[in-house]
Design a protein around this ligand. Structure first.
Ligand code: PFF
Length: 446
């Protein structure tokens, strides 16, 4: 397959696209509930350490492979491996990435669908005047309604695949240019609103005063998986975007900008959510329902609550939209590499994800007592193992490929940070990131 000629129109467009991929459910839904379940500040510190030591260097590795290969992930890996005189089997890493994003998108689309339902409900005043137990019961009734869940899941997936079918730079650039700045604005407004609440001080204290006794090997696994998940690293999804990266743009500069924006969004969302949680005396370890149950409760009796809540779910929907487009891209790029037209590839991917997503939908009703591994339902399984095991594993292989296998000159050129910058990046990947992933994975899984 020949190199793609498609490019993001500018450096800003590239940064917006990668930030759009990074910022999503991970920041606004997963970060608060997983931080709540893992004890707050100590987890937060660990997650930030993993972002710096693993997420960022591996993100650069992933994007530079795409940029040097300028093809779909499988084809880029195969091409560069052959160029280095190494095995063409490296291309299967691209397929593993496509499998990982497939699993992730199947639950991602379902949860993103929840925000459509909640947004409509919030704006139309459906939560106004309701008590906590009523809202909790409403959420449970929603989860137990496969038809309503399927409708939202379908709607969200159609929204995603329409943009993917239109082609990345055409469809996505327009969307990102509009959505990302709007998203930051909305978040800042919401965090500012949170600063006026009584729970703001306690929320800050809980988020920023660490208790290190809470850290166990499993917490390390959660934090590492979350660092990969939130930065969208480890599934070759950013590799697909790297293929369209313009020449003459330093990759480390772009990656750092994305990581800073990503962590900032998580922190702003965390501050907004936990201020509400502490104002209302709720439980931070509520679990995946945290955002969907506590916020409607909290906003129910605030002045203008229906508007603020609707705004919040709108923001969540916008953020998840750009991420799910990125999740779909490696699969579509892989099928395109096998000769399918972009539109047909988007249709096939959409249908397959929709079907597996149905199993996630049913995990809350018909299949709620079918446990696969341990006490996990199908939804529990796909929302835990791919982010926490597959992404770090994929990230590890990506790092090994970029820092040990790829021709040095290609990597140097694609990083675009000068010889010293290149040596620093490679030393960090070789001697910090790679060993760290191995140690955390091994110690957490045995
Ligand atoms: N980074 C996205 C989020 O935080 O919601 C999720 C994600 C996107 C994970 C793309 C992995 C990926 F390849």
């Amino acid at each position: 397959m020949n190199q793609t000629l498609e490019r993001w129109s500018s450096r800003r467009a590239f940064i917006l696209a990668v930030t759009g991929a990074a910022v999503g459910l991970g920041n606004i839904w997963r970060f608060p509930y997983i931080t709540g379940e893992n004890g707050g500040a100590a987890f937060l510190l660990l997650y930030i350490a993993f972002v710096v030591l693993l997420g960022l260097p591996v993100m650069m590795a992933e994007i530079l492979i795409g940029r040097a290969g300028r093809r779909g992930p499988m084809q880029s890996l195969g091409h560069l491996a052959r160029q280095a005189g190494s095995s063409g089997h490296w291309r299967w890493l691209g397929l593993f990435g496509a499998f990982t994003v497939f699993c992730i998108l199947s639950f991602y689309s379902v949860v993103s669908g929840w925000s459509i339902d909640f947004m409509v409900n919030a704006f139309s005043g459906g939560f106004v005047g309701k008590t906590g137990p009523e809202i909790g019961a409403g959420f449970d009734a929603f989860l137990a309604d496969p038809l309503r869940m399927t409708l939202n899941h379908t709607l969200f997936l159609v929204m995603t695949m329409v943009v993917v079918a239109a082609g990345v730079s055409k469809g996505l650039e327009r969307l990102n240019n509009l959505l990302m700045p709007l998203l930051y604005l909305l978040l800042i407004v919401l965090a500012g609103h949170a600063a006026t609440m009584a729970g703001f001080g306690p929320a800050l204290k809980w988020l920023f005063t660490p208790d290190f006794s809470a850290l166990t090997p499993l917490v390390f696994i959660h934090a590492m998986g979350h660092a990969f998940f939130t930065l969208a690293v480890g599934a070759c999804a950013l590799m697909a975007y790297g293929a369209y990266m313009p020449d003459h743009q330093s990759l480390p500069g772009a990656a750092v900008a994305v990581a800073v924006l990503d962590v900032a969004v998580a922190l702003l969302a965390g501050i907004a959510i936990f201020s509400v949680v502490f104002t209302q005396g709720m439980d931070p370890a509520e679990g995946p329902g945290l955002v969907f149950v506590t916020l409607p409760v909290a906003f129910a009796d605030l002045p203008g609550g229906a508007f603020w809540l609707g705004l919040f779910f709108l923001l969540l929907l916008l953020a998840t939209w750009t991420s799910s487009i990125n999740l779909a891209e490696p699969m579509v790029a892989t099928l395109q590499g096998w000769g399918l037209k972009r539109r047909s590839a988007a249709l096939v991917v959409g249908l397959c994800v929709w079907l597996v997503g149905l199993l996630c939908v049913l995990s809350f009703s018909t299949l709620s007592d079918v446990y696969l591994i341990g006490q996990m339902t199908f939804f529990g399984l796909v929302s835990t193992i791919p982010p926490e095991v597959f992404l770090p594993l994929g990230g590890l292989l990506i790092a090994i490929f970029a820092a040990w296998v790829m021709p040095e000159q290609e990597a140097l050129r694609a990083l675009d940070a000068g010889p010293n910058g290149f040596r620093l990046w490679r030393a960090v990947v070789r001697w910090v990131s790679i060993p760290l992933v191995v140690v955390v994975l091994v110690s957490g899984l045995i």
